[in-house]
Write a protein that binds this ligand. Structure first.
Ligand code: NAD
Ligand code: UDP
Length: 312
């Protein structure tokens, strides 16, 4: 049985990865310090002998007994309000945490995949964003703690690949949504659905003309799985190119939930990217991957999840 270590395993994406690797017949070790994650996301896996959980901060020294075939580093606060609340931990998990995990991968002869992000492109001057664009990031702005940690993470990972011959993979993830997001994580989708359910007005930041491109979680996990098993060491965008303005997105949620609430406008956070859409040519050509779930389908499933969460 192949053994995989998934950091951030109790988080939104990490827990979906745990499910996928269990389904594919792997022994899965989830590692998490629960700073933004929840045991609820993985409690259904605890009865399985091929699943283990390590409660650990990966920014500190990591010890894992036994062999490892793959390491997927997904530990990091990911929503703007989380990483603004815990900026130093965010910088540490992307830098020190990544270094520890690369060292572990080298010691075990494991292949390492890191969760990078569309935020490495910052507030982009190239649209849509392809992997050859170097980005427009403000290192000392509020988002810099996340963006620069992720850029360092990519640089460190490439260095281990080049200098130590380590097998590495880099996925640049664009805005992803689905069940197990936290209602209070401040990201646009949980914020809007939460507000609609609670009978509050939907808070659109700025004039709502900024764009994002939302990918359903199952599509993302499939792209990551294929990238891990590919032989490609350079960054690959994985996301859904179906772009929408945030105002239109809020209107879609109003329609979906049937709420009588309206949109209210709040100040745009500093350095909020004006537009974002992945160029997924590379993922299509290398991995034969493209998203399959439409926003209409994905939003319906996610809305049901949030309703159930609030009822139970
Ligand atoms: P999440 O907050 O739900 O999950 C992150 C997990 O990492 C949490 O369970 C948290 O407790 C854990 N963690 C944080 N710091 C840790 C540390 N020092 N040691 C151990 N565990 C730690 O966020 P998510 O949306 O699932 O994001 C997962 C990864 O994907 C992150 O690396 C994020 O940067 C990346 N990503 C996510 C998105 C997205 O749209 N969700 C987009 C781009 C990149
Ligand atoms: N946003 C918004 N209202 C909210 C939360 C977010 O208008 O209550 C906006 C935010 O300013 C950004 C977009 O929605 O322009 C997506 O924000 P999110 O935090 O989901 O992701 P990111 O900015 O990291 O792409």
């Amino acid at each position: 049985m192949k053994r995989v270590l998934i950091t951030g395993g109790a988080g939104f994406l990490g827990s979906h990865l745990c499910d996928r690797f269990i389904k594919e017949g792997y022994h899965v070790i989830a590692m998490d310090n629960l700073i933004t994650g929840s045991m609820k996301n993985i409690e259904h896996l605890f009865k399985l002998p091929q699943f283990e959980f390590y409660h650990q901060d990966v920014s500190k020294y990591i010890h894992v007994p036994g062999s490892l075939d793959y390491i997927l580093h997904f530990a990091s606060p990911a929503s703007p309000i989380d990483y603004l609340k815990i900026p130093i931990q965010t910088l540490k998990v992307g830098s020190l945490g990544t270094h520890h995990l690369l060292g572990l991968a080298k010691a075990k002869g494991a292949r390492m995949l890191i969760a990078s992000t569309s935020e490495v492109y910052g507030d982009p001057h190239v649209h849509p964003q392809n992997e050859d664009y170097w980005g427009n990031v403000n290192p000392i702005g509020p988002r810099g703690v996340y963006d620069e940690a992720k850029r360092f993470q990519e640089a460190m990972t490439m260095a281990y690949h080049t200098f130590h011959g380590l097998e590495t993979r880099i996925v640049r993830i664009f805005n992803t949504y689905g069940p197990r997001m936290r209602l209070d994580d401040g990201r646009a989708l949980p914020a809007f659905i939460g507000q609609a359910i609670k009978g509050e007005d939907l808070t659109v930041f700025g004039d709502g003309s900024q764009t994002r491109s939302f990918c359903y979680v199952d599509d993302l996990i499939e792209g990551i799985y294929r990238l891990l098993l590919s032989d490609y060491a350079y960054p690959v965008n994985v996301g859904n190119p179906d772009e929408i303005t945030i105002k239109e997105f809020a209107e879609e949620i109003i329609k979906l939930t049937g709420t009588k609430q309206k949109i209210v406008y709040k100040p745009l956070p500093k350095d909020d990217p004006k537009q974002r859409r992945p160029d997924i040519t590379r993922a299509k050509e290398l991995l034969g991957w493209e998203p399959k779930v439409s926003r209409a389908e994905g939003l319906k499933i996610t809305y049901e999840f949030f309703k159930n969460t609030l009822e139970n």
